[in-house]
Design a protein around this ligand. Structure first.
Ligand code: THU
Length: 140
């Protein structure tokens, strides 16, 4: 169910993230970000960052995409592509890494897809948040 995305699927997710970045609401940072995730059900859900005049209330693109996917019924995410037009490669902030961890597949990798000028780079999520604390730590 959660195999490493093919190069073609990674491109599709990155294209969706690039389009999502166009919808970012970033009047304060002027740093648009787009995210596109693949649910366990095989659908693509996108998000963009949404800032606020009360700066800390900003929502990152990744968490907007996850909120939308979870509200739509998803509980497992297979892959997430992230794109920010102002930099070659953007990776999720620490808060987003923790939220992504919540919805990774049990016992399998979630794949991060990062933009590079040579094409999408696939990175296992466990590499960017090793030894994470998550839902299964609360089971006894
Ligand atoms: N941001 C994201 O949406 N995702 C990231 O991966 C990095 C940072 C947003 C938050 C804020 O709106 C802007 O980028 C600058 O930090």
């Amino acid at each position: 169910m959660c195999a490493k995305p093919t190069a073609e699927l990674a491109e599709r997710l990155m294209d969706a993230a690039i389009r999502a970045a166009d919808r970012a609401y970033v009047p304060y940072s002027d740093f648009p970000v787009g995210a596109a995730l693949l649910t366990a059900e095989g659908t693509i859900v996108t998000g963009c960052n949404i800032e606020n005049a009360s700066y800390p209330l900003t929502n990152c693109a990744e968490r907007v995409a996850i909120g939308s996917a979870v509200a739509g019924g998803t509980r497992v995410i297979q892959a997430i592509a992230v794109f920010a037009p102002r930099v070659e490669t953007v990776t999720p902030c620490g808060a987003c890494r923790q939220v992504i961890n919540e919805f990774k597949p049990a016992g399998e990798e979630l794949w991060m897809i990062f933009h590079t000028n040579d094409g999408p780079e696939l990175v296992p999520f466990s590499e960017i948040l090793p030894r994470a604390f998550g839902p299964r730590d609360l089971e006894r």
